[in-house]
Design a protein around this ligand. Sequence first.
Ligand code: PEP
Length: 252
Amino acid sequence: MPKRRYLIAANWKMHKTLEEARTLTREVSRGLTWGLKAEVALAPPFTALAAVAEELAGSDIRLAGQDTFWERQGAYTGAISPAMLQDVGCHYVIIGHSERRQYFGDTDQTVNRKLKAALGAGLCPICCIGESLQERQAEQTLARVGKQLEEGLADLSPLTGEQLVLAYEPVWAIGTGLTATPGQAQEVHAFIRSRLREILGAAAEDVRILYGGSVTPDNAASLLAEADLDGALVGGASLKAPSFLGIVTAAG
Ligand code: PEP
């Protein structure tokens, strides 16, 4: 079976003014060479989505939101709906990032509502799951990830594998400089794929499972060589074009 197409997604988090976002977008799109195997996506902060969409006009690089609310519109001060993300040109939306879970109260139940709303609006969610350091040390990694999958993906309508992306992001590896070894990552990715088979059936074979957690140009190739690693969700190293492009190049 051919390997799923890699996806390298940049999560800029709460970084970049409009001008900085435009500059970085231009640097990334000019730096991409023809014939790259990987698909590339940029997730700027909400304030820069429209500007980045303008810079990306005519390019294959895809736009992503960093979060969404589940309602379509209404009195929800500060929230952004899936329809708004669609309207500004997003193809992807990150849902359930550990920073949303830690600082903004996202739970497996709210992740589930957000996933359903995003899918309903035609967006492709990048759903983040992963264990804390304490959970890893207590050998609860697979139990934690299994529960996040079971509750986060509960009662989704039938999907094709292209409609959903998962991101395994061990919380202890995000922004810390610590990276899961390729073997540690593959063990969890294979487990995720096996649970996805039970939840989604045959579509599981086409769902891309990204790894996230201190991915750099130096460690990307060895991680991506693993059978069930289908790309990367990149935080810190996506804030500068050379390091982000180095990761895209490592994907082939
Ligand atoms: C992330 O925020 O999804 C992430 C993986 O961050 P970093 O690459 O900085 O660890």
